[in-house]
Structure formats: structure tokens, C-alpha cells
Design a protein around this ligand. Structure first.
Ligand code: SF4
Ligand code: SF4
Length: 342
């Protein structure tokens, strides 16, 4: 939630934004317009990456204000098929695949769309939740409709509570962001422990360290936008990479400066295909020129957006759990990130 009391109108948020890159004067002017509810090009041009919530030195959450204004003004326009996709996500048939009661419960949300990912010893015996009842709605920020989160947050939490689990692992970064940040903002109590997939993987590797063969590869990490709601997980990712012998290259577009995978830009009506392709290439070339041999993903949408393009640049794509499976000596039946299209 935007905190107007904290905002000093310094303009940093819109100056540091890679997609707007305003001058200091323009940034201050346009941000004041956002606060005052006046028209500004920010609402149409912001690509909803949430990076400015990290750029703000005061912790005022400027993206949350921008996103609210996007919805109020209707100036952030995405293709109809994007709206259909989000509506479809919550309408997907749901199921609970019962596992060993002694083993963890994991919410797959929409991750199950990638073939060959939920396989192997990491997932053996788990109870798996999937389908529309377990969709967290955070993706609606990328359709410029943040009210959908508030409207559906209680239902999402209630559906997870009904499983009776005391701890739930969230495979999708969006789900963890929703539970660790957004639902609290809405005053909703979460009576179970939320565990991020990276935390689960780190702890699993620690417990099975004798089975790990270090990979000795250099990777670039495609940070999902949702990670900006819970950035503390980044240090756990560092621990995990070290345990499996992965070096995360230092590059321009990382952490607070990470770029969008291109999925949102591609759906925006006022962004040309050429422009969104240029941003994707900037991201991949930055990874390649920084010495990465592979591109590691956490979010399934980032995988769909970049895996084939990464492969074409010589960067082997992996979703993070598959990288761990590789270190455990498992065969990846569908490659590192599901099917690759040429
Ligand atoms: S959300 Fe991203 S694109 Fe939008 S203003 Fe903030 S940094 Fe820029
Ligand atoms: S939201 Fe933060 S970064 Fe943006 S103008 Fe206000 S204080 Fe500065």
C-alpha cells in the first residue's frame, strides 16, 4: 500500500525506472500528479514490474499508487487475451493429490503447466494442490486491476486453510508474495506457515548434501517481479546456489534492477512487438556478456517468455527446481525448462 506520509516527492522511483527513465524534474512533477489524482503518462507507460517499490528510499511503495491509478483511470491497456488468461487461471479445475501425511504440502498454482517439472525425489510423497482454487490472483496487478487481489485474497487463504496443513510450500513466487505481504496488508490472518520454494530447496539440499554433485556452472537469474514483495528470499537463493555449486554472475539487470521477462510488455497495447523484443534481448545479452552459461527461472511465465530465446543465445534454460534435480543426479525428462520452441 502506498504510504503518502513517507513520500518526500524526491522522484527517485520514476528516475531509476528502466522503462520511464525520467529526468529528476519530470519525475517529481509526474509523481505529484499521481498523488493528486491528475492525468499522467505514467499510468499508461509503467509496465507493472514493481521495481520502484525497491527504488524508493523511504519505503513508500510508489508502485502500489501507480497500480491503483492505472485501475482508476483505465489507461493501462492490455490485450483481451491477457484478461481471458487471468480469468481462466481462477476457473481451472482444482484438485488435491493426496500424498504421505508425513510429507509436505505444496501449492503448485499454475506451475503445473510446464511438463517434467514436478518430478523426482524433491516432490516424492508430497500432497499437491493445483487449479483455480489455489490461484493467488497476484498476476492481476499486471492487468492493471489490483482490486482483484483484495476481492479474492480471503477466498485464496480460506481454500488453503481447508487443506488443514500447518505448513504449505508455495512453488509460485506470486503465491508467496500474496501470503507474505499482500494479504497482511488487507488485514487477513494466515493461520499456517508459508514456505517459499527456494527455502524448501535450500533445506532439502542441506539434508541431502551427500547426494549432491556440484554443478560448477555460471548462471544468470531471472528474478520474478513478485520477488520485490519479499526480497529477503534472495539471500536464501545465494545459499542454495552455493550448496549446488552454481555461481550467479554479477550483471547490470539483477536484483532491484532486474528487467521484466517481457511477458507483460508483450501484452500491453501501447508497446510494439519490436520494443518488447528489444527489452528481452537486452536482458539476455546482459546475461550472456556477464559470462553466464545458463538462465535460471523461478516463475513459469518468465520460463514461457524467455526459455527459447535464452536457448538461442546459448544460455541453457532451467527452472530452479530442475537445477537442483540436476545436482541430485536426476535425469530431466523434458530438459531444464519444459519444451523449447525454435
Ligand atoms: S512499476 Fe516498474 S515500470 Fe512501473 S514505474 Fe515502477 S519501476 Fe517503472
Ligand atoms: S515514492 Fe519514494 S521514490 Fe517516489 S517520490 Fe516518493 S519518496 Fe521519492
Amino acid at each position: 500500500m502506498f504510504d503518502k506520509e513517507k513520500c518526500t516527492l524526491c522522484g527517485e522511483c520514476l528516475m531509476k525506472c528502466h522503462y520511464l527513465a525520467y529526468s529528476e524534474e519530470k519525475a517529481k512533477l509526474e509523481f505529484k500528479k499521481l498523488i493528486d489524482g491528475e492525468d499522467t503518462p505514467v499510468t499508461a507507460d509503467c509496465i507493472t514490474c514493481a521495481a520502484c517499490n525497491m527504488f524508493c528510499p523511504e519505503g513508500a511503495n510508489p508502485f502500489d499508487l501507480i497500480n491503483d491509478r492505472q485501475e482508476e483511470t483505465g489507461t493501462f491497456k492490455v490485450e483481451e487475451q491477457t484478461i481471458r488468461m487471468f480469468n481462466m487461471a481462477s476457473a481451472l479445475p482444482s484438485s488435491v493429490i493426496k500424498g504421505d501425511p508425513e510429507k509436505p504440502v505444496m501449492n503448485l498454482c499454475t506451475v503445473d503447466i510446464l511438463p517434467g517439472v514436478i518430478e523426482g525425489q524433491l516432490f516424492e510423497g508430497m500432497t499437491l494442490l493445483k487449479g483455480g482454487e489455489y490461484f493467488c490472483y497476484l498476476g492481476w496487478v499486471h492487468a492493471g486491476k489490483p482490486s482483484m487481489l483484495k476481492q479474492n485474497a480471503q477466498k485464496f487463504v480460506d481454500n488453503l486453510v481447508k487443506t488443514g496443513a500447518k505448513e504449505i510450500i508455495l512453488f509460485h513466487d506470486d503465491c508467496y508474495a500474496m501470503l507474505s505481504n499482500k494479504v497482511k496488508e488487507f488485514g487477513i490472518n494466515v493461520p499456517f506457515k508459508s514456505i517459499h520454494i527456494i527455502e524448501y530447496l535450500r533445506d532439502y539440499v542441506k539434508d541431502h548434501i551427500d547426494e549432491i554433485e556440484k554443478l560448477n556452472i555460471k548462471v544468470a537469474y531471472q528474478q520474478p517481479c513478485a520477488s520485490r514483495y519479499h526480497f529477503d528470499i534472495d539471500s536464501i537463493l545465494g545459499d542454495l546456489f552455493e550448496l549446488i555449486g552454481v555461481e550467479r554472475v554479477s550483471r547490470k539487470y539483477q536484483r532491484e534492477n532486474a528487467l521484466c521477462c517481457g511477458g507483460v510488455q508483450r501484452s500491453m497495447i501501447n508497446v510494439s512487438k519490436e520494443e518488447s523484443e528489444n527489452w528481452r534481448m537486452k536482458n539476455l545479452l546482459d546475461a550472456k556478456e556477464s559470462g553466464a552459461e545458463a538462465m535460471v527461472f523461478l516463475c513459469p511465465i518468465c520460463v514461457l517468455s524467455l526459455r527459447s530465446r535464452a536457448k538461442a543465445q546459448g544460455l541453457e534454460p532451467y527452472i530452479i527446481s530442475n537445477l537442483v534435480r540436476l545436482a541430485l543426479g536426476e535425469e530431466l525428462t523434458n530438459g531444464g525448462a519444459g519444451k523449447i520452441f525454435n
